[in-house]
Ligand binder design. Structure first.
Ligand SMILES: [Zn+2]
Length: 285
């Protein structure tokens, strides 16, 4: 896991990729039907076939706003869960931000791409026996459909959703439920990209002539820019493929920068597609 800061400037907006720790998860689950002989070239598995996954969060600073995209996995793990994921006791989100020079009180916005534990586990922190917002002055945004799905506790993915990551924020009036695509603050927009689940969002930042897109779990790793490289978790893999074909074709044609939810080292990449092959052209670690 890299601990140094990697930042990108898009017009007058600055984007910093932070990692709220890392976990190791089964490579087969992360890459679905793709054989290990292919994904193993870029992701070295350990003796239990696990690969390293960053808990990536992005700080977006516009002229008037400071935004955090996703909040990592949080700290609420028992020893067994940490062992299973080869995870040292992870840091509090507030510590991760402060260590990078971003005081938690200075954020006005949090975007949760979706409510899986590894994207919103740092949303809340325990204070005097209750869970409160880690970023006290921020408005948090998520799709209404995602909250409804989380509450449904479907047997397929109930394990990914923990009420403590979002219900206390809803009760406090800090979680704002949105429906469909919209601009969150000037220049920063969310777009629903179904596939991983029905309501996951990607985030688009446009400033000057440049665009950056946080692909979230549409492509957990850079190797998954190839549209058919879909994670085994995805509920709607055909939709993942369609979304990637559309979004990444535009990213390639227009020279967008991309970021990925779980890349353990690479922070930003530009991509191209030629004769059905997808690859990164420029990367920043
Ligand atoms: Zn997810």
């Amino acid at each position: 896991m890299s601990s140094h800061l990697t930042a990108l400037t898009i017009g007058d907006t600055r984007i910093t990729l932070l990692r709220a720790g890392a976990y190791w998860w089964d490579g087969g689950a992360m890459f679905g039907v793709v054989p290990r002989s292919l994904w193993g070239k870029t992701h070295q598995p350990d003796e239990q076939n696990r690969i390293e996954c960053g808990l990536n969060c992005c700080v977006v600073e516009t002229a008037d706003h400071r935004i955090l995209i996703d909040t990592g996995g949080g700290v609420r793990f028992d020893e067994r869960a940490r062992e299973r994921q080869k995870m040292p006791q992870p840091p509090q989100l507030r510590e991760v931000l402060a260590a990078a020079g971003f005081e938690p009180e200075t954020f006005d916005t949090v975007i949760n791409t979706h409510l899986h534990w590894d994207h919103c586990g740092g949303n809340t922190v325990d204070e005097n026996g209750r869970a409160v917002a880690s970023l006290p002055h921020a408005r948090y945004f998520v799709q209404r459909g995602e909250l409804l799905h989380a509450r449904e506790q479907h047997p397929r993915d109930a394990v990914s959703y923990r009420a403590i990551n979002y219900e206390p924020l809803l009760e406090a009036g800090q979680l704002h439920l949105i429906e469909g695509d919209r601009e969150i603050v000037p220049g920063v927009a969310v777009r629903v990209a179904p596939g991983h689940n029905r309501d996951m969002m990607v985030v688009l930042v446009r400033s000057g002539h440049d665009t950056w897109c946080h692909a979230a779990d549409l492509a957990p790793f850079a190797a998954q820019i190839t549209p058919t490289w879909v994670a085994g978790f995805d509920l709607y893999p055909m939709e993942t493929i369609a979304q990637k074909q559309e979004l990444f074709s535009r990213a390639a044609a227009e020279g967008w920068w991309l970021s990925f939810a779980h890349e353990p080292r690479l922070a930003f990449a530009k991509i191209e597609t030629r004769e059905g092959k997808w690859r990164t052209t420029e990367t920043r670690a």
